[in-house]
Every structure is written in structure tokens, then in C-alpha cells.
Design a protein around this ligand. Structure first.
Ligand code: ADP
Length: 271
């Protein structure tokens, strides 16, 4: 792969020509791939011992919570919640790596997105209730060719974020309708919003608006990278916008059917 840049040559304020430069970036691609493979191998190796630690902690906390003092019970709760976070992180890393390397092809079938949106909203209702957030779905009947489990994952991530970054007594709306390209789906919140200069970078792995977001809100920093990977595998687009009032809107457009149903590779293969 080659990266190129076009630089104008200016003499006394007048453009007299331009320089086109090429740079071979295959080494950067090779390094990126090595890094991804390394992360994936390490994650695999971490998952087994971590699952066993999590299992032991679960047994301990169920059997002993009535018998240990408050301090020990609190320590156990912290250990359980942190190992749950690590399990989520490792699963997200492995999931993303499988999708981006083309090892998780889509299982496409006709998918009624209005029904899927209602199902996901129903399953997130308890989370919304405990955050004091009102969820609503405005959906016109629309079916597209898609992988319902993957779309469910995208919507769940977006809704979970919308609820997580909203304050009590606010609303989160899912709007589903048709667009010239196929399907348009929005998740609209009235939460804290996203600064203009972060609207794009939040889709990168581990990019968060606030460094404390993952610690305080229990996220992994991979949710939106996973959403973008899945949407792009479906030949669609996803982006974030600032609302004119408070909060943010995540928009998705998806084609009604995929032109080529083969697995989408996110990284171009090195030459
Ligand atoms: P996380 O696991 O941290 O939620 P994501 O990739 O899903 O990871 O999101 C990345 C970051 O984008 C979040 O940590 C947060 O800073 C920001 N973000 C995502 N969704 C919203 C939202 N609806 N409102 C405000 N900020 C958001």
C-alpha cells in the first residue's frame, strides 16, 4: 500500500506547480497486523485463567457473603465487578479481531429492523429503568438483508451508551425509517453530548471523551469500534452528531441488500 500527498508550490503568493509524493506504508501495515495478532493471542491466553478466577469469586461471594464481615464482602464485590469488566474487555477484543480479519462472516437473512429495535429496547428496559431514563421506539415497518445478531449487538451498544451518558429523567429515542439508501436508524439522547472534535475519534479503539469514562461507567472503549465494523461489514455507515439542544445522535444508514455478500475486510491486505 502507498500513501500519497499533493503539496502546492507557491512563489510570491502564486501557485506555480505542485509536488506529488508517494510513501510506501507496507511496513506500517505489517506492524499493525503484528500488533493485532499479539493482542489477540494475549487475550486468548488471559481468558481461561480469568474465567476460572471469576467462577471462584462467584462461588465465594454466593456462599460466604452472609458469613464474612462487611469489609471482606465489599472486597469480594470489587473483585467480582473488576473481573466481569476484564471478561467483557477480552471478549470485545477477540470479537473485534475476528470481525476485522474476516473470520466472522455475516449470517445474512431478511430482517425486520422495526421488530429488532423493539426487542432490543425491551431487553434494555431494566437498565433504562434503573438509570431513570425513558426509552421509546418510533419505527415504521422495514425489512432489510442483514445479520440480526450483529445488528442487535450494534443497537445494544448504542442504547447502552445513550443510557450510560444520560442523566435521570431524560429520554432516549430510537427512530427507524426508510432512506434513499435503504434503512435509516437513529439513537437520540439528551445526555452530556460529545465535543465536536471527538465525534469521529470515539469510533477508534479505546478512544473515550474522558479518560475516566471506562473506569466510572464500566465500558471497554471498544463498543463503537465494534459498531462501526459491523455496520461497514453490512455496507453501511455510522456516525455521531451533536444535537442542537442537549445530547447526541448516532445515525446509521444501511443498504436494503448487500451488493457482495462476501466477508468485508476492514484492513486492506498489504501488497
Ligand atoms: P465505552 O465502553 O467507553 O462506552 P465506546 O466505544 O462505546 O466505549 O464509546 C467510546 C466513548 O464515546 C465513551 O467512553 C464516551 O466517552 C463516548 N460516548 C459514546 N456514546 C456516547 C453518548 N451517547 N453520549 C456521550 N458520550 C458518548
Amino acid at each position: 500500500p502507498v500513501e500519497f500527498a499533493l503539496t502546492p508550490m507557491i512563489e510570491r503568493g502564486v501557485v506555480v506547480g505542485s509536488v506529488l509524493s508517494f510513501r510506501d506504508i507496507s511496513q506500517r501495515y505489517a506492524l499493525d497486523r503484528m500488533k493485532d495478532e499479539f493482542i489477540s493471542t494475549v487475550s486468548h491466553e488471559l481468558r481461561t485463567p480469568l474465567t476460572s478466577i471469576r467462577g471462584a469469586l462467584g462461588l465465594l461471594s454466593h456462599g460466604l457473603l452472609n458469613e464474612v464481615n462487611d469489609k471482606a464482602a465489599n472486597l469480594l464485590r470489587i473483585a467480582v465487578s473488576n473481573s466481569d469488566r476484564l471478561v467483557r474487555l477480552i471478549n470485545d477484543i477477540l470479537d473485534l479481531e475476528r470481525m476485522q480479519s474476516g473470520r466472522a462472516p455475516l449470517a445474512l437473512r431478511p430482517c425486520a429492523v422495526h421488530e429488532l429495535a423493539r426487542q432490543v429496547a425491551d431487553s434494555m428496559q431494566p437498565v433504562a429503568d434503573s438509570a431513570g431514563v425513558t426509552l421509546s421506539v418510533e419505527a415504521e415497518p422495514i425489512s432489510i438483508e442483514a445479520d440480526p445478531d450483529r445488528l442487535n449487538q450494534v443497537l445494544t451498544n448504542l442504547l447502552s451508551n445513550a443510557i450510560k451518558f444520560s442523566s435521570r429523567n431524560s429520554r432516549v429515542r430510537i427512530v427507524v425509517g426508510s432512506a434513499s439508501e435503504g434503512l435509516a436508524l437513529s439513537v437520540i439522547d439528551e445526555g452530556r453530548g460529545i465535543p465536536a472534535d471527538k465525534l469521529e475519534s470515539i469510533f477508534d479503539r479505546f478512544h473515550q471523551v474522558d479518560a475516566s469514562d471506562s473506569r466510572q461507567k464500566g465500558g471497554t472503549g471498544l463498543g463503537l469500534a465494534i459498531c462501526r465494523t459491523i455496520v461497514e461489514q453490512h455496507g453501511g455507515r455510522i456516525w455521531a452528531e451533536q444535537n442542537s439542544g442537549t445530547g447526541s445522535t448516532f445515525r446509521i444508514v444501511l443498504p436494503a441488500a448487500l451488493a457482495d455478500s462476501g466477508p468485508a475486510l476492514m484492513h486492506p491486505a498489504p501488497a
